[in-house]
Design a protein around this ligand. Structure first.
Ligand code: MRU
Length: 356
């Protein structure tokens, strides 16, 4: 998708270097960063220079490539894999991508392994792009249906950033929106700010602006009143881990939006590539929920009047703060799952029908 009119992907590989867009600096600065070692990839995921479930997975896959470039040795490869998986616990794509790389590379001859690793990491990215595009075409049908009834702008609420910046291209939750926009259907997005890191304001609104999609940033608690007033036609969010029973773990606050949507008969959809499905965990209480540094809550970053990036403390010095990054929305609040294979009910039956 575009940034200042130029097409980008969120990650690419050139001359044995992995290139990423440093998302901690968006929307104020556009910086392309080089990752040259597996440690660089680990730090990029930990510091959230790259974030969003599919992009974390792709970065970890390229982290494996970098580890082979550094040291072509099976012991180092397996240690790198463990270190990459440990960077962030909730998004299942991370482990999925690393496991896929390791399965492909274990026992492979050392003079073939680098080429195979590069091809597999590229394949993970290409597949994600294809899947996100299909999610868009499938979700487009729902937006079209609403538009055909309403004959007016379709208002869509989203939480966090499940946009192209969270994937390789297109996004998951945003892909149906981009497809509708490209087809000339008038859409307007309510972008939840998404405290504490403000991915909705800093990333979703930013990428929609760059693509010319109308949007308005709202404080996280505003969605409820907008739904009561009939100003939200549908919600679409992403997911970091989807259980086989249809429960969805996504950025904290998603659950409250689903409750408000249910109370107001607003359809609540979750968009996902199959790489976010966890077929093993059966009970959502077993999902590892990331707890991040409370500084993300108590300090806020932005630009001053001279355009300089600064960080300021906003909480009382003596106050304690708690920073849980994700929550779980039970399947019963979800209208449907929009996947690369079609739309299904958020249930074991629904998912198994699509992914036999
Ligand atoms: O903490 P983040 O920014 O990595 O969280 C991102 C989300 O919660 C997204 O909604 C999710 O990863 C889906 S991305 C297509």
């Amino acid at each position: 998708m575009k940034i200042t009119g130029k097409e980008y992907k969120t990650i690419w590989f050139k001359n044995n270097v992995v290139k990423i867009i440093d998302q901690t600096k968006l929307p104020h600065q556009f910086i392309i960063k080089d990752l040259k070692t597996v440690k660089d990839a680990i730090n990029a995921i930990k510091k959230m220079e790259v974030r969003g479930a599919p992009l974390i997975g792709a970065t970890a896959a390229y982290g494996i490539v970098l580890s082979i470039i550094e040291k072509n040795d099976q012991t180092f490869l397996h240690k790198s894999a463990r270190d990459l998986i440990d960077t962030r616990p909730t998004a299942i794509n991370l482990k999925w991508a690393v496991d896929r790389m390791i399965k492909k590379l274990t026992g492979v001859n050392s003079n073939k392994i680098l080429e195979m690793a590069i091809n597999e990491a590229k394949e993970i990215c290409e597949e994600d792009i294809k899947f996100c595009e299909s999610i868009g075409l499938n979700g487009l049908k729902i937006i079209e249906e609403i538009y055909n009834k309403k004959k007016d702008t379709v208002n869509i609420l989203t939480h966090c950033n499940a946009g192209w910046l969270a994937t390789i291209n297109w996004g998951t939750a945003t892909s149906p929106i981009y497809h509708a926009h490209k087809k000339g259907i008038p859409v307007h997005v309510w972008a939840d700010e998404t405290r504490p890191r403000n991915q909705g304001a800093n990333l979703t609104s930013y990428e929609l602006n760059e693509e010319g999609v109308k949007n308005t940033i709202i404080a996280d608690n505003t969605g409820g009143i907008l739904m009561q007033r009939g100003q939200v036609d549908m919600c679409i969010v992403g997911t970091d881990r989807t259980l086989s029973n249809g429960d969805v773990c996504n950025k904290v606050g998603t659950y409250l939006k689903a409750l408000a949507a249910k109370d107001n008969n607003v359809p609540f959809y979750v968009a996902l590539p199959s790489s976010t499905i966890d077929w093993k965990i059966k009970n959502s209480k077993d999902i590892p929920i990331e707890e991040r540094n409370s500084d993300e809550l108590s300090k806020i970053e932005g630009v001053d009047e001279d355009g300089k990036l600064i960080k300021v403390q906003i909480y009382p010095n003596k106050s304690k703060a708690m920073n849980l990054a994700f929550d779980v929305t039970p399947a019963k609040y979800i209208t449907g799952l929009i996947t690369e294979k079609g739309i299904c009910e958020a249930s074991e039956k629904g998912l198994k029908n699509l992914f036999k």
